[in-house]
Design a binder for this molecule. Structure first.
Ligand SMILES: C[S@@+](CC[C@H](N)C(=O)[O-])C[C@H]1O[C@@H](n2cnc3c(N)ncnc32)[C@H](O)[C@@H]1O
Length: 323
């Protein structure tokens, strides 16, 4: 069944239409239900179906991460698996987006505030799996070489060198963010290196080509849900902290998506079947795909309605295949 056109309301924070709630059914019934948005702000009513004790459905919420999370009940999701926009790397083409701040410190403050809401929404034994990449200061250039894979959305300007850094410095965004989250109260449990054997070649000649990103595991409490039996490496050995995984673009998306193989170990170790998984930067919906594939549910938040269409089509195709 095709979703009906959703009613529109305005986001008071960023002044654009928002808060359409799309609910893909995981069982029988209609493939998608489009629930009416709240009036003037993200409203809990349309989300009640997702957060109910005996819920069997998942949802995509269109809106800004801060206001959407603010509408979610405390202690309602088991884990959060997400990849926020990286600082100053890509223009997602929508007002209110995170990542275009003039200062890296403002960017980190904005993410810490968003993840503070994530912490509230997590169960006491909940975890956060955070994928984040790094970047360099401009080295004096005010322009950026075009991104051959994503020419439309690559940023063509570079912000000024952050205070305290020099031209050509590696900014260290992942660790700055990780330490800021630790200071905010999160338990920092692991820094996982996502090694990308098929990384993008770089033209630089005075340092090694960058071929990794970070995936941090945080927990809300000292003791938390982590099923170490769920994922085993060769010879039954425990999961290690360097993961070799090829990047894998989702063909419908013209922006950075993380590969399902990065998300799957997080889902399997961090949740039980039927649990609700949050991705507050949902993009093309990779977290939702892996959640459904493993009999979990998801709630995804995404600002850009075009990306919601991509995620909806992707999840819809998947549901059709598995029915
Ligand atoms: C790195 S992408 C996530 C990609 C996703 N992991 C996937 O596999 O498709 C970051 C996403 O955050 C979204 N975003 C940016 N600012 C946002 C905000 N303020 N609230 C919610 N989403 C936002 C962007 O539109 C983009 O889709």
């Amino acid at each position: 069944m095709e979703p009906a056109a959703a009613p529109i309301c305005r986001d008071p924070i960023i002044g654009r239409p928002k808060t359409t709630v799309v609910v893909p059914s995981t069982g029988g019934g209609p493939l998608f239900q489009v629930l009416p948005p709240g009036l003037g702000n993200v409203h809990l009513d349309p989300l009640r179906h997702v957060f109910a004790q005996d819920a069997s459905i998942s949802a995509i919420v269109e809106g800004d991460v801060h206001s959407a999370l603010g509408a979610m009940p405390s202690h309602s999701v088991r884990t959060c698996i997400t990849s926020p926009p990286y600082w100053s790397l890509r223009d997602y083409g929508i007002p209110g987006q995170i990542g275009l701040e003039d200062s890296v410190y403002t960017y980190i403050d904005s993410l810490v505030a968003a993840f503070e809401e994530v912490r509230r929404v997590l169960a006491e034994d909940g975890t956060l799996w955070l994928n984040i990449g790094d970047s360099y200061t401009s080295g004096g250039r005010t322009w950026r070489a075009p991104d051959k894979k994503n020419p439309i959305r690559a940023m063509d300007v570079r912000p000024a060198t952050p205070e305290g850094l020099k031209p050509k410095d590696l900014i260290g965004v992942p660790w700055r963010l990780a330490l800021a989250l630790q200071s905010a109260g999160w338990y920092l449990r692991s820094d996982i290196i996502w090694n990308k054997p098929n990384c993008q070649p770089e033209s630089v000649k005075d340092r090694p080509t960058r071929s990794h990103e970070y995936l941090f595991l945080f927990s809300k409490s000292e003791h938390y849900c982590y099923n170490d039996q769920a994922v085993r490496g060769p010879n039954g050995r425990r999961l290690r902290s360097v993961w070799d995984l090829n990047t894998q673009a989702y063909k419908g998306a013209h922006f950075a998506t993380f590969p399902p193989s990065l998300v799957e170990p997080c889902v399997l170790t961090g949740t039980h079947p039927g649990d609700l998984i949050l991705d507050p930067f949902f993009g093309s919906g990779t977290t939702g795909v892996v959640a459904l594939k493993n009999a979990r549910r998801f709630v995804g938040v995404e600002l850009n309605p075009d990306y919601i269409d991509i995620a909806r089509n992707r999840l819809s195709a998947m549901a059709v295949v598995s029915d």
